[in-house]
Design a protein around this ligand. Structure first.
Ligand code: MSP
Length: 531
């Protein structure tokens, strides 16, 4: 009997593709970092992962901006798309591909999807008359609008204009039952729960057919067979998720990764992803994605980010000022994913100094510098384990399952809470066991305590890799864990550290942060003694 290889599970994660009419800010950085943490976690957990991000380049906004500047639209796209590519790199994103909707592969993918919708009888030509917001690239019903000082406004506050033109329509109204069935039979499809309720009641309220082409500007993908029309930018944009896998070809990636997908989006674009996108896919005879998660929005020092306030922060500046790992940690630790958050200097400073420097970094430095000073930098052999040792190690062995449960709900702060409960337990353990006292009274017991701390820290560092990749790597180097023994498969007793291993000289992994003009107080504790 031949042994069948175990198939590798697949995981596909996407960011929204970002509009090129804006410079990258913390909101974009947030989604990209969250997706990167998911991607890294799943890779370490043995999944075959595909992580896609990119830019959304068509539409009236870009056409207008180009006309105002007197340059061709593609010039704006080329320049601004590069900003988002650079941002992904600066954030340490491990995306496998970067898609631009102006690429030929995407034009072919959209046109193939359109043809399939048309062949299946879901697209028809008619006339559109109604309100359109260029800023949202969305149509609105009269009843959704409010009166602003200079005209009517969409629910987002964006101005709307009256549009009357020949247009193709998608028969969205016919998809109400199928969509409700999808939501009700797969309650994991939309998360968090509050968004599920919002989308479900929107669909339950009835759907109108959707205008899916425009004729009054030309910066878009031509409708196949009638290039007076260009496709509605959201058909174009949403299709990127399958273009990235090679659609319309029946590629290996399409087979492996679709529909094992998680679309991570901001709460502002949930309707497009949870109503239009599954309807388009079902209409084209394709399967729908597994899950859409809508996260919250960030304000800056309590204020909404806006062009007029000029308070959008350049994420490159944040990386430079606070450090990349620190920024990644803060954004995912500070608020439960799904809720809104506020970015403040004091908030990030507290997280860096409290959680990272005092609790995590200090834990590692205390025993590593103790080993360097007192044991010639060699990891000691443990003796018999007592109840306290076992309790700490068992809590480490339970961590992977707890982290998996949380990450599968996109509860990043849940993962970090689980990790931190062990960080705190390890700090309590080191204080209670007091190896600096044992050095004189019971050196064999001291060895055991130091070994247990190192083994606990190995678990913590391995699990922290998705969040703080550089610091975790530095810590694993200091524990002499080889690079090929850092995946989640090596968590647990079977791959425990070996006593007698020489360790490299310890170095702090999380420096304290001092606001400009102040100096960092209370450097990471070095050597022996209580904190
Ligand atoms: N191009 C569309 C998405 C098409 S996806 C098929 C779009 N682009 S966007 O650049 O305006 O915004 C993309 C995403 O950036 C938002 O959905 C959200 O994920 C993120 N954010 C933009 N501003 C934000 C905040 N202030 N806070 C948090 N995230 C926000 O919409």
């Amino acid at each position: 009997m031949s042994i069948q290889p175990v198939p590798q599970p697949a995981f596909y994660i996407t960011t929204p593709i970002y509009y090129v009419n804006d410079k990258p800010h913390i909101g974009h950085a947030y989604t990209t970092i969250a997706c990167d943490v998911m991607a890294r976690f799943k890779r370490l957990d043995g999944f075959r992962v595909k992580f896609l991000t990119g830019t959304d380049e068509h539409g009236q906004k870009v056409a207008k901006a180009a006309a105002d500047k007197g340059v061709p639209p593609i010039a704006i796209c080329d320049q601004n798309s590069q900003y988002f590519r650079d941002l992904a790199k600066a954030l340490g994103a491990t995306n496998d591909d970067f898609i631009r909707t102006t690429e030929q592969r995407h034009v072919e993918s959209c046109q193939a999807l359109w043809r399939r919708l048309e062949d299946n009888g879901h697209i028809y030509l008619d006339k559109y008359a109604g309100w359109y917001s260029v800023r949202d690239e969305a149509f609105f019903d009269e009843s959704e609008l409010t009166q602003g000082p200079n005209g009517k406004l969409a629910p987002t506050g964006a101005p709307v204009e009256w549009v009357e033109e020949e247009s193709y329509f998608f028969d969205l109204s016919k998809w109400q039952d199928k969509l409700l069935e999808l939501y009700d039979s797969n309650t994991d499809f939309i998360a968090p729960k509050s968004r599920f309720n919002e989308v479900r009641s929107f669909v339950a309220g009835g759907l109108r057919d959707l205008s899916v082409s425009r004729t009054t500007f030309s910066w878009g993908i031509p409708v196949p067979g009638n290039d007076r029309h260009i496709m509605y930018v959201w058909i174009d944009a949403l299709t990127n998720y399958i273009t990235g896998l090679g659609h319309p070809q029946a590629t290996e990636e399409m087979k492996v990764f679709w529909p094992e997908s998680l679309h991570m989006v901001g709460k502002d674009i949930i309707r497009f992803h949870c109503v239009y996108w599954p309807a388009f896919l079902m209409g084209a005879g394709l399967t729908v994605p597994k899950r859409v998660f809508a996260h919250g929005w960030w304000t800056i020092e309590g204020q909404k980010m806006s062009k007029s306030l000029g308070n959008a922060i350049d994420p490159h500046m944040l990386v430079e000022k606070y450090g990349l790992d620190q920024l990644r940690y803060f954004l995912l630790r500070e608020v439960p994913f799904g809720n809104d958050g506020d970015f403040s200097e004091s908030g990030i400073g507290q997280r860096i100094n409290g959680d990272l420097a005092n609790e995590f970094g200090n834990l590692a430095q205390r025993f590593l510098s103790f080993i360097a000073k007192n044991l010639g930098g060699v990891l000691p052999e443990p003796g018999p384990l007592n109840e306290d040792d076992n309790a700490l190690l068992e809590s480490c062995h339970r961590l992977l399952d707890q982290c998996r449960d949380a990450i599968n709900q996109q509860s990043f702060n849940g993962v970090l809470d689980a990790i931190w409960s062990v960080v705190r337990a390890a700090n309590v353990y080191v204080d209670k066991q007091a190896p600096w006292t044992l050095r004189k009274t019971d050196p064999a017991r001291m060895n055991t305590v130091l070994y247990v701390l190192a083994e606990a820290t190995r678990h913590l560092a391995i699990l922290m890799q998705p969040f703080v990749p550089a610091a975790a790597a530095k810590l694993l180097d200091q524990l002499a864990v080889p690079e090929d023994r850092r995946s989640f498969a090596v968590l647990g007793e079977a791959h425990a550290l070996k006593g007698g291993t020489p360790l490299p000289a310890p170095q702090g992994i999380f420096p304290r942060y001092a606001p400009p003009g102040e100096t960092a107080k209370g450097e990471t504790a070095k050597g022996e003694g209580p904190k």
